[in-house]
Every structure is written in structure tokens, then in C-alpha cells.
Design a protein around this ligand. Structure first.
Ligand SMILES: NC(=O)c1ccc[n+]([C@@H]2O[C@H](COP(=O)([O-])OP(=O)(O)OC[C@H]3O[C@@H](n4cnc5c(N)ncnc54)[C@H](OP(=O)(O)O)[C@@H]3O)[C@@H](O)[C@H]2O)c1
Length: 282
């Protein structure tokens, strides 16, 4: 019998990839909120607002998961307001029912001033999204000592352009001015690579915070150029280098993360973007 896995946010970017990749090893259920499901054979979908205690209780009663990977509630749309209540409810219910709970957090719990960040670095978020995720991490730690909190970095896709890459490609076509920061650093992860890592992690009983970023630090400009080239788009002169400094925006500059702990714990290889592209074409 395959273990029962519940993926929250199954119509989201990461959740959608997870349910596709989990099919071989898990019996999969996924939650939906406003966005309808794209039919994936073998996946059972449940509409659920994860802020609502009764809906969550019924969901867990019906699915009886052995593992929950909680990807729902990002910085987009209504998700931001749901980050803390949904994490609290799920973490608490999972602890009461003995369900393995993996929560998706972000590198944006840091201010970007003292990179590289290990799991032990103190958080200091500087935007509402980072603040909500940092608060969710604290709540989870207080109600579920066995939970895993995964901090990941910027996610990209290599098959279909992700939301930000789509925007960049459109900009190359429309000619609107667009700046990619050279002073903003992340450890971007291919969404399929992260999904594979998370599914391996589902079978481990690691508790606490775990960094899951790629082993490579890239600035936004370099990442954008690599993705444009990958999708066969010639960069246009309207796409220019810029800096956070000049833009006047308040953004974490350097969110380089140290993921050596996860690399030691897991056998899945953490791919740099060039390795991911090679992996895809092989
Ligand atoms: N994408 C990244 O670059 C990145 C980087 C670091 C960390 N993360 C974290 O990784 C996770 C996955 O990110 P993602 O980009 O895949 O997110 P996403 O595409 O925005 O998906 C989030 C999902 O959450 C659902 N949701 C929102 N409010 C809900 C509620 N009240 N009840 C139930 N579901 C709700 C949304 O459903 P509806 O749209 O139907 O409302 C959506 O399907 C998130 O926790 C995010 O914070 C992402």
C-alpha cells in the first residue's frame, strides 16, 4: 500500500508539480481553493479553505493522510492573509493525529543583510509576506514539535515559463522598459527538483527547519538571462540591468542560503540551473 499524501495548494505552482511527481510512490489527495483542478488521473481533489477549522477537520477525516505537504498560501492573492491561520490549523491537527507535516516557508524570512543563511540564523523579515511566513514558522514550532519547516528560494520552471519568466518574455516582445537587479541574490530552484526533494523528505522523520535552495547563488539578471536563453528568446535592449539601491524599493538583497544540512540528509541531488537544463535535455 502506498502512503497517503495530502498536498495543499494542488492547483498552485509547486503543488501542481508535486501531485504529478508523487503518483508513483503515494496515494495522492490535493486541496483546491478558488482555482479548479486540471484533471490528473489518480488524484482526489477536495475544495477547502484552510483558514476554516471545520473544513480542515472534515478534510483530514476524509483523506486520513499519513503525510501533509503544505504548499498552499503564498504571497499571491488571498493567500497572504491565510498563511498564519492555515499553518496553525494544519500543524495542530497534524500533531493531534500523528500525521507527518511539512510546511513550505521562504528565504524571505530574512532581511538579506547577513547572508549566507543557515537554519539557525535569526529571522528578520522586511516585507508582509516574510513577516507572515516567519510568524507561521513560530506558530508551527509551538504546536507541532515533529513538523518540518522547509525554507526554499525562488522557484522556476524549465518546461513552461513560470509566472515571472512569462512576464519577462512578454516584456521582450512588447519592448516595455524592464530592469533585472544585479544586487539581488537568491538560490533559485527548479520546481521539479524541489518536488523530488520534498517527496524524499516526506519519508524522513526530520523535525525543525530545513533549507532547500540550490547550491548556486544567482542574481536576478543572470537568472533572467539564463531563462530567456533557455526558452529561445533573444534579450531585447529594453531589458536592462538595475539595482535595488537605484530603484528605491525595499527588498532583501542577498538571500543566499546554506543548504548543506539537507544535502547531507537527502540523496536527491540539488541541481544548479545549468545542471537542471542538462538533466531536462538528457
Ligand atoms: N514560488 C516561489 O518562488 C516560492 C519561493 C519560496 C517559497 N515559496 C512557498 O512555496 C509554496 C508554494 O508556492 P507557489 O508559488 O506554488 O504558490 P501559488 O502558486 O501561489 O499557490 C498557492 C496556492 O494556495 C492556495 N490558497 C490560497 N489561499 C488559500 C486558502 N485560504 N485555503 C486553501 N488554499 C489556499 C491557492 O489557491 P487559489 O489560487 O485557488 O486561491 C494556490 O493554489 C508557498 O507556501 C510559498 O510561500 C514559493
Amino acid at each position: 500500500m502506498k502512503p497517503r499524501l495530502l498536498v495543499t495548494g494542488a492547483a498552485g505552482f509547486l503543488g501542481g508539480h508535486l501531485i504529478q511527481q508523487a503518483e508513483k510512490d503515494f496515494t495522492i489527495s490535493g486541496t483546491l481553493h478558488r482555482t479548479p483542478a486540471t484533471g490528473i488521473p489518480g488524484v482526489t481533489f477536495h475544495v477547502c479553505d484552510l483558514r476554516q477549522p471545520e473544513e480542515v477537520r472534515i478534510l483530514l477525516y476524509r483523506v486520513r493522510p499519513e503525510v501533509i505537504i503544505h504548499t498552499a498560501c503564498s504571497e499571491r492573492g488571498e493567500g497572504l492573509q491565510a498563511i498564519v491561520p492555515a499553518a496553525a490549523l494544519l500543524a495542530m491537527q497534524a500533531a493531534e493525529r500523528g500525521i507527518r507535516f511539512i510546511h513550505l516557508s521562504t528565504d524571505q524570512v530574512f532581511d538579506g543583510e547577513t547572508a549566507p543563511y543557515t537554519e539557525n540564523c535569526p529571522t528578520n523579515p522586511i516585507n508582509p509576506y516574510g513577516q507572515a511566513k516567519a510568524q507561521a514558522e513560530e506558530v508551527i514550532a509551538s504546536v507541532n514539535s515533529k513538523a518540518t519547516v522547509v525554507r526554499t528560494s525562488l522557484l522556476y520552471d524549465l518546461r513552461i515559463p513560470d509566472r515571472q519568466t512569462k512576464q519577462l518574455i512578454q516584456t521582450a516582445q512588447t519592448g516595455e522598459p524592464y530592469r533585472l537587479f544585479t544586487d539581488e541574490f537568491r538560490c533559485p530552484v527548479w520546481v521539479e527538483n524541489l518536488s523530488e526533494v520534498l517527496l524524499e523528505l516526506a519519508g524522513k522523520d526530520y523535525a525543525g527547519i530545513l533549507n532547500l535552495g540550490s547550491p548556486e547563488r544567482l542574481n536576478r539578471w543572470d537568472l533572467g538571462m539564463k531563462l530567456l536563453t533557455h526558452f529561445g528568446i533573444t534579450p531585447t535592449p529594453n531589458i536592462q540591468q538595475g539595482t535595488i539601491e537605484e530603484s528605491g524599493l525595499v527588498r532583501p538583497k542577498d538571500l543566499t542560503m546554506d543548504s548543506t544540512k539537507a544535502q547531507r540528509l537527502l540523496s536527491t541531488t540539488f541541481l544548479r540551473i545549468d545542471d537542471a537544463m542538462e538533466h531536462l535535455s538528457s
